[in-house]
Design a protein around this ligand. Structure first.
Ligand SMILES: NC(=O)c1ccc[n+]([C@@H]2O[C@H](COP(=O)([O-])OP(=O)(O)OC[C@H]3O[C@@H](n4cnc5c(N)ncnc54)[C@H](OP(=O)(O)O)[C@@H]3O)[C@@H](O)[C@H]2O)c1
Length: 292
C-alpha cells in the first residue's frame, strides 16, 4: 500500500482523454516498489486548457509529467527548453520540472525502444547496418531520429501513404551522413533484402486491425524482427518471424522503458524494468464495482 503524505512527490500524465493510460498503474507500482512517498495521477486536460495547466504544474509542486495524445506536438511550444532529440522528432512525451521551476521537454519513445532492444538483443548494435521501418507516423518519427542519433545511418522507410514517408525522409536527410530512403508500399517485401533489423511501427497486427501483409522471405536469416504493437504481445508478424527462426522483440518493453527517464526524475531513483513490471502491464484491468 502506497503511503501518500503531505510531502509526497507528485507527477502525472497529461492527455485528452487519458482514462485509457496505463502510466498511472506503472509509475505508482514503481513508487510502491521503491518504498517512496509519491503519487502519479491521470490529468485529463482539454487542448484549450493545456497551456494554463502546464504552467501551473511546478507551482502546484509537480516534479514533471508524461504527455500523451493529443498534446505531444503542442507541448513543444509550451515548455522552456526542448532537448534536441524531441525537437527533431517534433513531439514531447516527458516534461521534467527543473530546480527553478522551469519546464524541460524530452522525447523518450525512441530511447525506450532502443533500451528494450539493448536488453533483448544485446549484440544488435554491432550487427546492425540497415534498418527497415514499416510506417511513417509519430512512432516511426521517434524511432527514426533516435536510430540516427545512435549511430545507425542506413534507414529505409515503407509506408502506405508515400507522401508521409517522403516528408519524414526529407527531415531525416538533414542529419549528416545518413542514408535514408523511402520505398513504395508495393515494394515493402523487397525492401527487406539486406536488412539487419525490421521494425513494424504501424498499427497493423494490433487487436481489431488486420495483420501486416509482409513476406519475410527476402529478410536475411540473422535479421532481428521487432514490433511496437503490444496487444497482442505476439503479433502475427512476430509469430511468423519466430517460425522462420528470427530473433524477435515485442512492443511492451518500449512502453515500459520510455517511462524510465521520467520516473528517475520524479522518483529520484532509476526503476528496473523486469518480468514483474511486464506482468503488471499485461494484467487485465480490475473490473469496476457493480454499484447498480
Ligand atoms: N510500444 C509502445 O510503447 C508504442 C508507442 C507508440 C505507439 N505504439 C503503437 O504504434 C502504432 C502506431 O502509432 P503512431 O503513434 O505512430 O500512429 P500514427 O501516427 O497514426 O501512424 C500510424 C501508422 O500506421 C500506418 N497504418 C495504419 N493503418 C494502416 C493500414 N491499414 N495499412 C497500412 N498502414 C497503415 C499509417 O500509414 P499511413 O501513413 O498510410 O496512414 C502510419 O504509418 C500504434 O498501434 C500504437 O499503439 C506503441
Amino acid at each position: 500500500m502506497v503511503t501518500i503524505s503531505g510531502k509526497a512527490r507528485l507527477a502525472g500524465v497529461l492527455g485528452w482523454p487519458v482514462s485509457h493510460s496505463k502510466s498511472p498503474l506503472l509509475h505508482n507500482f514503481w513508487f510502491e516498489r521503491h518504498g517512496l512517498d509519491g503519487v502519479y495521477v491521470p490529468l485529463p486536460v482539454a487542448p484549450t486548457d493545456l497551456a494554463s495547466v502546464v504552467r501551473a504544474l511546478p507551482r502546484m509542486g509537480f516534479l514533471g509529467c508524461n504527455v500523451t495524445l493529443p498534446h505531444k506536438a503542442a507541448m513543444l511550444d509550451l515548455v522552456d527548453t526542448v532537448d534536441p532529440l524531441a525537437a527533431a522528432i517534433g513531439a514531447v512525451n516527458t516534461v521534467l520540472v527543473g530546480k527553478s521551476g522551469e519546464l524541460n521537454g524530452h522525447n523518450t519513445d525512441g530511447l525506450g525502444f532502443l533500451a528494450h532492444l539493448d536488453a533483448s538483443v544485446p549484440d544488435w548494435r554491432a550487427s546492425t547496418q540497415r534498418v527497415v521501418l514499416v510506417g511513417a507516423g509519430g512512432a516511426a518519427r521517434a524511432l527514426a531520429f533516435t536510430f540516427l542519433a545512435n549511430g545507425i545511418n542506413e534507414l529505409a522507410l515503407v509506408n502506405r501513404t508515400p507522401e508521409r514517408a517522403a516528408t519524414l525522409v526529407g527531415r531525416l536527410s538533414d542529419s549528416a551522413g545518413a542514408a535514408v530512403s523511402a520505398l513504395p508500399w508495393a515494394e515493402r517485401h523487397r525492401a527487406l533484402e539486406g536488412a539487419d533489423l525490421l521494425v513494424n511501427t504501424t498499427s497493423l497486427g494490433m487487436v481489431g486491425q488486420p495483420a501486416l501483409d509482409l513476406d519475410l522471405a527476402p529478410l536475411p536469416p540473422a535479421a532481428v524482427v521487432a514490433d511496437i504493437v503490444y496487444t497482442p504481445l505476439t503479433t502475427p508478424l512476430l509469430a511468423e518471424a519466430e517460425r522462420r527462426g528470427h530473433r524477435t522483440v515485442d512492443g511492451l518493453g518500449m512502453l515500459l522503458h520510455q517511462a524510465v527517464p521520467g520516473f528517475t526524475h520524479w522518483g529520484g531513483t532509476r526503476p528496473v524494468v523486469d518480468e514483474a513490471t511486464r506482468r503488471l502491464m499485461l494484467a487485465p484491468p480490475v473490473a469496476e464495482p457493480n454499484t447498480g
